[in-house]
Design a binder for this molecule. Sequence first.
Ligand SMILES: Cc1ncc(C[n+]2csc(CCOP(=O)(O)OP(=O)(O)O)c2C)c(N)n1
Ligand SMILES: [Mg+2]
Length: 295
Amino acid sequence: MDAAATRPPNDELAALAREARWRIVETVAASKAGHIGGPLSATDLLIALYFAQLAIDPADPQREDRDRFILSKGHSAIGLYAVLALRGYFPVEELATFDHGDSRLQGHPDMLLTPGIDASTGSLGQGLSAGAGMALGAKRLGRDFHTWVMVGDGELEEGMVWETVLSAPRFGLDNLTLIIDLNGLQQYGWPAGDADRFDRSEPVGHVDLERVFTGFGWNALTIDGHDFDAILGAFDRVTADRGVSGRPTVIIARTAKGRGISFTEGTYRWHNGVATEEQLETARTELLGATGAGR
Ligand SMILES: Cc1ncc(C[n+]2csc(CCOP(=O)(O)OP(=O)(O)O)c2C)c(N)n1
Ligand SMILES: [Mg+2]
């Protein structure tokens, strides 16, 4: 199914994103371990991809001509699992097994275990190379699917990312799109000086990413990664460009780490973490309303 042809209205996407955010924080609390900040910054982008863009069929996760999505920032797996569950790949109740030894939903995505996962990730830096391979394979075999990869901004410190940034335009991969979840924070941060090891400064705050990617031969768009009009507009430009420019596109999505919950938003302290009962109640009220009616 081509999701772009039958897009839900933005308020529906926003409601799904609130539900996904609730599932993320609730699931990690129940499993007593997991990441929060990265999954929450990526939620709106993931919802937009899975409900309004990707040509996929949850009933047939291995369909050959499906669009591919690789969560290169694999530590945000619970965000992807929540969205896959809401999209119908597996029951929402299965989220309760997250990170258990015998679960299909491991702490990092496993393409051999979980329906809907196209690449196993978690060791940062590798997803874009895998995605370029898929996109190149599609070109060589004359297949019409699109490959999407999401990286974190801290992940851009991994050298392997740049090997593919350099080579993808030479292969003419206009069927490959990179989304950068530019939330301004990683796990710790850069040292400000000897006395202060962790100043939590932006990983790539000193870089003009649009200029860098354009210089390497990519199309580059910068958007607000929490604004569905902006996200879908960028997706439309990617679609319009397929088979036209011969260039891959990067969508530089400005986001907030921990987005959507007052005590997690904008702080490295919730890179990972387990909410208390009281914090869960706050999160539920903020995301779903006092009655949970937002669900
Ligand atoms: C190769 C590698 N080094 C270190 C880690 C540990 N690690 C997990 S998440 C993370 C920070 C990632 O920051 P960013 O890419 O900005 O992700 P986000 O802010 O979206 O959580 C680190 C260092 C890892 N998973 N892989
Ligand atoms: Mg980050």
